[in-house]
Ligand binder design. Structure first.
Ligand SMILES: Cc1ncc(COP(=O)(O)O)c(C=O)c1O
Length: 388
């Protein structure tokens, strides 16, 4: 086709990886049993029936058919602030919350609010690919801080400090991590927060998987309890995983009033307001479905244990890091790139994983396994599948 050029910042980005990986499943002949899809990070169980009923009720109500507040439904800002405040032992107010249409949009809006073309944002390597591509599309440069596999893919604060210069506006981290599953301990997060604060850069912390820390873990960290957190900290959250509603697109930003004011400008142009019916439904689900969420946390933790047991039976496979929804696993096909390894695994065994190379540089020895997607009985079958 002979068309005028596209924006090179978008055109140069590779197509989304998940549909490509799902396409590989078509090459599997089914000989070993049904496909085991551990590619996309989705909870492999349905939403709670009460939440489905509330979603229906709210969607059918004229009350939520019009535009809503840009920052989100006041009732959800309030319910989410109260819930988060209890999780972190912190004073988080409704004014500190901006509801978005998913956490990817929350990151997009936050990045745009903090940095412009030519500025730089630090990411880890490996990183969540949508953060890297968002920054690339916005013309924001990135520099990565390598997370050492020997240190279970946790970032080294000294390397973060070294990577900060006058171009750097923010550091974005994800904990529990996508793709590695690594859970950043509270002390490490406190150190990273202190470095960012001292050096005058924002810390964006994406906690999409915070409700899937091991049962009984306590507060994920104490950053929101720091007296001046609003000056340099921005929290991101997704309702997709904990409430099993990725299709309804709901996320949240936690930040000080100046942050929320900037995000609102971006959101007004991107979306005007996040979908209102799911916001109203989640207002009810936050207090009502706490026990259900706890039970799911247990279920997902059992899936992690089942994966560890399955991989322990297979020589050559080793777990680099594991936690929440993911394991970042070293595959035994040394000479193959991770893309080729994942493609052949899909074709020959019907096991779908994401190549390590999708998450950064030098990661061809790894595959990301999203075990949350599959029940533990199926995970147990993985040992036999991988043997073939
Ligand atoms: C770290 C991380 N952030 C954000 C998202 C996107 O979440 P949402 O569905 O709320 O846009 C994901 C989804 O996989 C994720 O892994």
């Amino acid at each position: 086709m002979n068309h005028p050029p596209f924006n090179p910042l978008v055109a140069d980005i590779a197509p989304p990886p998940i549909p490509e990986v799902m396409g590989w499943a078509r090459d599997y002949d089914g000989a070993l049993g049904p496909l085991i899809d551990m590619s996309q990070a989705v909870p492999g169980y349905p939403p709670h029936p009460d939440l489905l009923a509330w979603l229906g009720e709210m969607a059918a109500s004229p009350a939520y058919a019009g535009y809503g507040d840009i920052e989100g439904e006041p009732a959800l800002r309030s319910a989410y602030a109260k819930w988060s405040g209890a999780i972190y032992g912190a004073d988080i107010t409704p004014a500190d919350i901006h509801i978005t249409a998913g956490c990817n949009q929350a990151f997009f809006a936050a990045a745009m609010a903090l940095a412009g073309p030519g500025d730089m944002v630090l990411l880890t390597n490996p990183n969540y690919f949508n953060q890297a591509t968002t920054l690339a599309m916005l013309g924001i440069a990135t520099r990565t801080v390598t997370c050492d596999p020997a240190n279970r893919f946790l970032p080294d604060p000294a390397k973060i400090a070294d990577a900060i210069d006058e171009r750097v506006r923010a550091l974005a981290i994800v904990t529990p991590n996508n793709p590695t599953g690594a859970v950043y301990p509270p002390d490490l997060l406190a150190e990273i927060y202190a470095i960012c604060r001292r050096r005058g850069v924002w810390l964006i912390i994406d906690e999409t998987y915070r409700d899937f820390l091991p049962p009984g873990s306590g507060a994920p960290h104490g950053l929101f309890a720091q007296p001046q957190w609003r000056d340099t900290l921005i929290g991101l959250y997704s309702f997709s995983k904990s409430f099993c509603i990725p299709g309804h697109r709901l996320g949240a930003v936690t930040g000080g009033a100046p942050v929320i004011a900037q995000i609102a400008k971006v959101m007004d142009n991107l979306q005007i307001c996040a979908p209102r019916a799911p916001q109203a439904a989640v207002v009810r689900a936050i207090p009502a479905l706490g026990e259900w969420r706890e039970a799911n946390r247990q279920v997902i933790a059992e899936r992690a244990t089942a994966l560890q047991a399955a991989l322990a039976q297979r020589a050559g496979w080793s777990i680099g890091a594991i936690g929440a929804y993911f394991a970042f696993v070293r595959h035994p096909f040394g000479k193959l790139t991770s893309t080729e390894a994942a493609r052949r695994l899909a074709r020959d065994t019907g096991v779908l994983t994401i190549p390590g190379a999708c998450f950064g540089d030098g990661l061809d020895d790894y595959l990301r396994i999203a075990f949350a997607n599959v029940d533990k009985a199926t995970i147990a079958k993985l040992a036999d599948r991988l043997a073939s």
